[in-house]
Design a protein around this ligand. Structure first.
Ligand code: SF4
Length: 221
């Protein structure tokens, strides 16, 4: 069964996930922890961010990436996102629970915004629009779900401009009135830790950022 709620895709995977972890979720309810909707670009980048945030926040990972134009690639990354969370939740079942939501996969939304910018260098205007698209949706969903904050794993990558992402996140925060968790996750060895954890969990690490325009062999974007 599939249905859509305000931009959230509630497919079988999301439903199975919630059923599978309902006991762990209930036993880890700590009302004193703030709630954060964490946009995630992929399983590998989420590893070290989730590990860092989970002790102090109720984290819900929000997989929303219409920029991944190749469907097969999208589902490959999505499945490894789930694979990581499932193992992580079992490993930490007596400490905390990380929830999961998937955004609606609409690559046409991204293409309509980015196609005129396909020749932009990586890190240019196309990427700013791409970051904004994903963070806007995350903030809107976070607000509609009454989360305390929204955040993104994007800043863990050494290929991504932290200052730019921070400015976008804080701008959205001001417009929508929901707090942005402004952290440069690559600091304190975050990126290196994500590589270690990706190996530990045997996750697929893509060789390009996400859109077809970025299909160049740059390791780990
Ligand atoms: S290179 Fe990455 S961040 Fe830039 S537009 Fe493509 S998918 Fe988005």
């Amino acid at each position: 069964m599939k249905n859509k709620t305000e931009g959230i895709y509630i497919g079988e995977e999301s439903q199975e996930y919630k059923l599978k972890f309902s006991e762990i979720a209930e036993s880890n309810l700590d009302i004193n922890k703030p709630t954060v909707l964490l946009h995630s670009c992929c399983g590998p980048c989420s590893t070290a961010v989730v590990e860092r945030l989970a002790p102090n926040y109720h984290v819900t990972v929000f997989f929303y990436n219409p920029n991944i134009m190749d469907r097969e690639e999208y589902y490959r990354r999505r499945d490894d996102q789930l694979k990581f969370l499932e193992i992580f939740n079992h490993e930490h079942k007596n400490e905390y629970f990380v929830d999961y939501l998937e955004g609606e996969y609409t690559p046409d939304t991204f293409v309509s915004l980015a196609t005129d910018l396909k020749d932009e260098p990586e890190g240019g205007l196309r990427c700013s629009i791409c970051f904004k698209l994903r963070l806007d949706k995350t903030a809107v969903i976070a607000k509609s779900l009454d989360k305390d904050l929204f955040a993104t794993t994007l800043t863990i990558s050494p290929h991504k401009n932290y200052q730019l992402i921070s400015a976008i996140g804080n701008g959205i925060s001001q417009n929508l009135g929901i707090k942005y968790l402004d952290e440069n996750f690559k600091k304190k060895g975050g990126f290196q830790r994500s590589i270690e954890l990706s190996k530990k969990y045997d996750l697929y690490r893509q060789t390009y950022c996400g859109c077809d325009y970025s299909k160049i062999n740059d390791e780990g974007k």
